[in-house]
Ligand binder design. Structure first.
Ligand code: HEC
Length: 157
């Protein structure tokens, strides 16, 4: 009888771990949604669709679904200059958020945006944001699209 009992114990323990991980992910998405609805929503709108000719969409965005380092860098430093998304031109300024948002909040926003707006769900940890913040600490200006499109990210996507 010992073996089945052990197996049951192991199964129960790993199920509990799985449920905890699910809860943590759900908490992160909820926290991200809260902050998106406070900050990003003003420009990118509740639907993530943006506003034609003014604010670009986050729907199916390569900048959202691509490199996590690059997406974090966009939120930290902002963007400026001519920008083409989904074949449509934009030329406004996205203000940097690095002074306003902690690594945890940025990671939560990224996780929410990736889990929404027809993007590919892939959670982001605060460690990824912390590393980007450190790497670009001396960078004082927003990114141009040319810089973002030439991004080299050795880290996991
Ligand atoms: C004040 C308006 C404003 C706010 C607030 C803002 N953005 Fe942006 N965002 C822009 C603009 C404008 C661009 C394009 C920049 C350009 O035209 O050069 C952009 C570009 C982007 C891009 C790259 C292009 C795309 O469509 O994928 C991403 C990703 C992005 N923003 C995410 C966010 C997230 C996440 C937040 C909240 C933390 C946020 N933005 C807050 C205005 C804003």
């Amino acid at each position: 009888m010992l073996k089945p009992t052990l197996a049951l114990l192991v199964a129960t323990a790993s199920l509990a771990g799985f449920v905890r991980a699910q809860d943590a992910a759900a908490d992160q998405v909820a926290e991200g949604k809260k902050n998106y609805m406070l900050i990003c929503v003003a420009c990118h709108q509740p639907t993530g669709a943006g506003l034609p000719a003014v604010f670009p969409p986050l729907t199916k965005s390569p900048y959202v679904n691509g490199s996590a380092e690059r997406f974090a860098a966009i939120i930290l430093k902002g963007n400026a200059g001519p920008f083409t998304v989904d074949g449509k031109p934009f030329n406004q300024i996205m203000p940097p958020q690095e002074a306003m948002l902690t690594d945890e909040k940025i990671a939560a926003i990224m996780t929410f945006v990736r889990a929404s707006f027809e993007n590919t769900p892939a959670p982001v940890s605060a460690a990824v944001v912390a590393a980007a913040r450190k790497k670009f600490a001396d960078r004082k200006t927003p990114w141009t699209q040319a810089e973002l499109d030439a991004w080299k990210d050795d880290a996991a996507k």
